[in-house]
Structure formats: structure tokens, C-alpha cells
Design a protein around this ligand. Structure first.
Ligand code: HEM
Length: 141
């Protein structure tokens, strides 16, 4: 009896951990996992550089580093098997003078890249909804 209740208590204690470990990877998979995110970020950067509203921010920046950090960040945001190890969003963007219009332009450029890559609409919306709260750390003017 004692053994049983110990096991039952242990099982109950571990349950939330077990269910958390089984993250829902469906959105991450809809993006084509890591290779899909790598090619999405390539297309996204092409769009950012072609867009007069965003080009001034990115043309002299380390584009290779930004793309690699974005891959990890988006992978993590989508509950994929990655850890974002880049700089925190607030201090990183603080001195850049980013306005609402710049943020909107970047979101449009990302949407275009996702459309071009055939990311399902539902998955696109999920990513955008998860990135939206970062807005308050990024738009400073
Ligand atoms: C949800 C929106 C955004 C996300 C998730 C995001 C994410 C990132 C990431 C992960 C990096 C690289 C971090 C690192 O190097 O450690 C970065 C850098 C950068 N981002 Fe953003 N960003 C966003 C919005 C914007 C916007 C709207 C602009 C300007 C239009 C912008 C301009 C830049 C620039 C110029 C850098 C390079 C900064 C530097 O190297 O000093 N970002 N961003």
C-alpha cells in the first residue's frame, strides 16, 4: 500500500513535467523545421534589403549573424529544439530609433517571405502572434 501511494504520488508529481516535455511541434514542422527556417530567413533578409523602409537598418549590419540568431529565436518561439543565445531584444534594439512604421514594414517583409515559401496561413498567424509582444521592447520612438 505504501509503495502504491508513493508511486501514485510520484506519477502525479511528474505528470506536468511529462506533458510539458511533449511540446506541440506542429507549427515548427509547418515551417519545415530548421532547414525551412534557414531558407525563410534568407528570403526575409532579401526582402528587408529590398524594402526602402527597412534597408537602412540592415544594409551595414552583420546579416549572417542576424539570420542565424533569428533562426534560433523563431525555432525556440515555435517550441522547436533550439535555444536563443543572442542579445536580449530591448537593449539590442534600444539605440536604433525604430518606429511603428519600421516594425510594420518588417512584419510585411516576413509575411511575404512566408507566403513565398508556402507556410500555411495558420502557422504564419501563430508565429506573428508570438512575436507581437516583442513589439514593446523594439519600437522605441
Ligand atoms: C518581432 C520583431 C523583431 C525580432 C524578433 C528581431 C530579432 C532580432 C534578432 C534575433 C537580432 C540578432 C540578435 C543578435 O545579434 O544577438 C536582431 C538584430 C537587429 N535587428 Fe531586430 N528584431 C525585430 C524587429 C526589428 C525591427 C523592426 C528592426 C528595424 C526595422 C530591427 C533591426 C535590427 C537590427 C539593425 C539588428 C542588428 C543590431 C546590431 O547588430 O547591433 N529589428 N533582431
Amino acid at each position: 500500500m505504501k509503495t502504491f501511494s508513493f508511486c501514485a504520488a510520484l506519477a502525479l508529481a511528474l505528470m506536468p513535467v511529462a506533458s510539458h516535455a511533449e511540446a506541440d511541434l506542429s507549427t515548427y514542422r509547418a515551417f519545415g523545421e530548421k532547414p525551412g527556417l534557414v531558407s525563410l530567413m534568407d528570403a526575409f533578409m532579401v526582402n528587408l534589403l529590398a524594402d526602402g523602409r527597412t534597408r537602412p537598418f540592415f544594409e551595414h549590419a552583420d546579416q549572417t549573424r542576424i539570420k542565424a540568431q533569428l533562426v534560433d529565436q523563431i525555432c525556440a518561439v515555435l517550441d522547436g529544439p533550439c535555444t536563443y543565445q543572442g542579445a536580449p531584444m530591448g537593449p539590442l534594439h534600444a539605440g536604433l530609433g525604430i518606429q511603428q512604421g519600421h516594425f510594420n514594414a518588417l512584419v510585411e517583409d516576413l509575411q511575404q517571405a512566408m507566403d513565398a515559401q508556402g507556410v500555411p496561413f495558420r502557422a504564419q498567424n501563430k508565429l506573428l502572434a508570438r512575436l507581437a509582444p516583442l513589439h514593446r521592447d523594439i519600437v522605441t520612438r
